[in-house]
Structure formats: C-alpha cells, structure tokens
Design a binder for this molecule. Structure first.
Ligand SMILES: O=C1O[C@H](COP(=O)(O)O)[C@@H](O)[C@H](O)[C@H]1O
Length: 240
C-alpha cells in the first residue's frame, strides 16, 4: 500500500472520506500552522498552488478567522496570464478567498512586465521571504508539480537544491502557456509542505512517481521526502 510505504519513509498520509472532509482537514492544517507562526514571530507566509485541486480548501480557509493582515500569500507557480484569464492561478485565489487576499500581503507572480522580468521580480521578493512557513503543492496526472514539467529543458537545475534561482520563467511549449515557477530551493525552504490530491487517477500517478527513480520523468518525485504531508481523498469531485 502506498500510504504505508510513504509513512515508512517519514511522509505523512491523511486520507479523507470525501472531498468536503479533505477541504476541512487541509484548511485546518494550514490555518493552524500559520497561527503558530504568527504566535512565534508575529507574521507568517503561505505559498499556494493552482489548478482545480485547491478550490474547496481555499474556500474553507477563507472562513478560518485567521488574522490575514499578518500573513504574506503568494503562489508556487502561475501561468503567465492576467488574473482575469480563467487559467490564472491568481484568479482562482481571488475568487475563492477574496477577503483573505484583501487583508493579507498578497504577492502575485504575474505582473505583466514580461515573462523573464516577472520571474526576476518574484525571485528577488522570495529572497526576502525565505524560509516560507507553509507551502501547498498539487500534482498533475503527468507527475508535474508547480510548473516543473517532465523533461523541461533545465529541469535538473530547477530540481537541484543548490540552484541559485528561487523563481524561474518556463517558456511556452506545445499548447502550454508560458509560466512562472518556484524552484526546488524555494519549495524545500517551507517548514510545512503539503501535497493535496483527489481521485483514483492521481493516486495511481503518486504510486508511479514513488516507484520512479528519475525525477526528470516525474518531477513530484523530487518532493516525496520529509517533511511532506499528503492529504488524499478518493472522491475526486473536482478531478480534471
Ligand atoms: O498546472 C498546474 O497543475 C498542478 C496540478 O493541478 P490540478 O488541476 O491537477 O489540481 C498545480 O499544482 C499547479 O499549481 C498548476 O499550475
């Protein structure tokens, strides 16, 4: 069983019986960790992924009652499109947790200054923010995470913990939009790292990634190490 294997290697496995329960579990965990950071340091940072997976827990998180004015919120990755575009990860956050984003210090990745210029700006800002408190990853069915796709040129460098860059520009390829992505060095800085997955197909991808030796084939593999807590629901209500 994948959950046993992961636990044997020090990763956490939290299975919910429904997408709703999963959303409550994830939101409570994020809010709890942020609250702890606020109590310890007076502030906290949160990096969120996009895609279809986060919607329910983002809406739940919005209701958490946290003092968002003490939280910096950013994205792990973004399509290089304005927030009004339906594919924008910023747009997802603005729709699902508008109150939190209004109160928090919100740092969008897309600024419309050019792909490389926006990556450089985010890279610079991240230098002042690391280490992050809480970071949430998703995973595509091809094993990508953030905007780190299988066999991306320079992927080996982006996954290298010694990589200089914290945020990189990912040029368009095939039908894929240009993107911005945190590198492993930024992702690995987070004290609390969560992976949120739903549906049997994502579970099968996770099993393949665990068995895969080469993270260039399935980049999520590079992050399947402690500290990492995986929240899974077999109910893939929002599965795509
Ligand atoms: O492209 C992306 O995909 C992953 C997974 O998204 P999902 O729709 O399969 O949940 C996501 O984590 C990432 O932020 C997003 O840009």
């Amino acid at each position: 069983m994948i959950e046993q294997l992961l636990q044997d290697h020090g990763l956490g496995w939290y299975q919910a019986d429904s997408a709703r329960t999963q959303a409550v579990m994830v939101a409570e965990r994020i809010a709890g960790q942020l609250q702890q950071a606020i109590e310890e340091r007076g502030e906290a940072s949160l990096a969120l992924s996009g895609g279809r997976g986060p919607e329910l827990f983002l809406r739940q998180l919005e209701q958490s009652g946290l003092d968002w004015s003490k939280v910096t919120i950013m994205l792990v990755d973004e399509r290089w499109v304005p927030a009004e575009d339906e594919q924008s990860n910023a747009g997802l956050l603005l729709r699902c947790m508008p109150g939190a984003l209004q109160q928090a210090r919100w740092i969008p990745m897309y600024r419309g200054e050019g792909l490389q210029a926006d990556a450089d700006t985010m890279d610079r800002m991240l230098r002042a923010l690391l280490p992050l408190d809480v970071l949430v990853l998703g995973m595509g069915k091809d094993g990508h995470t953030a905007s780190l796709f299988p066999f991306l040129p320079e992927l080996a460098g982006y996954l290298d913990p010694a990589q200089e860059r914290l945020c990189v520009a990912v040029p368009p390829e095939g039908g894929r939009l240009p993107r911005l992505s945190m590198t492993a060095r930024a992702i690995d800085s987070a004290g609390t790292r969560l992976l949120v997955l739903a549906g049997e197909e994502k579970r099968r991808t996770l099993v393949s990634a665990w068995q895969e030796q080469d993270p260039l084939r399935m980049p999520i593999k590079a992050f399947l190490k402690p500290p990492m807590d995986i929240y899974y629901s077999p109910d893939g209500a929002l599965e795509n």
